[in-house]
Design a protein around this ligand. Sequence first.
Ligand SMILES: [Zn+2]
Length: 280
Amino acid sequence: MTISQKKSQLCPNCRGLISRDEPICPYCGLKSPGSWWKNNGVLRLFQEPDSFLTGLIGLNIALFILSLLMNPSGMGMGMSPFGFLSPDSRSLLLLGATGTMPIDSLHRWWSLVSANYLHGSLLHLIFNMIAVKQIGPMVIKEYGLARMFCIYTFGGIGGFLLSYLAGVPLTIGASAALCALIGAALYYGKNRGGTYGQQVFQQIGGWAISIFVFGLLVPGINNWAHGGGMATGILCGLLMGYQEKQRERLGHRLIGAACLIGTVIILFWAIVTAVNYRFF
Ligand SMILES: [Zn+2]
């Protein structure tokens, strides 16, 4: 009997073709690879990198539109292209912008997560989403999707925590999380070495430099969040490892799933309270 005649499936860990009733994956050693919870629910999402990235970008766009609709009359059209289509800061505060203002006076610690999904203008959103589209797949390739999302989430929290400690009153944007992806990719390139590692390091280093220069030239850019995000990304790479050193394990996927569930709950809470406060 060939494997295709049995109930076959891809191992949720290593993607090897296995039989569904296998007690242990012959390729990677994962126990009960056919069990329902390892193949469905949140963990299932980590098997579709392209759709996951599209969903992540879509979520940022949806929240941007919502932040504009919260108070259309307060929407800024901008004196410069950097301010074109900018939601008013009260709407952003309601939807979960972070900093000393929301954390110290409103005790919104969860805004360290929600602020990653908010943007201050159309250009801010476009720049960050292009970077996610460019850098995301590379980090997914070297770390796996679950670890990439861990880096993204922890990087956002780490970056905004540093900016909070530095006293930044109100801040938003995916760039702290993005800088974490950059940090993890730089760590990978440096640690792996060789021609390919050097190539990655140089290519991603270009992004790091342009974000740094951008931060110096454009007023209002939160360099604390960028630096904190990048440091967190390097630390995540060091602690969690990359595919060539250690293939993504179930443990990584479970941490990734916790990040995803936590993020969804926080964003849901932020949206419900903001819409309720604004319209009801
Ligand atoms: Zn396997």
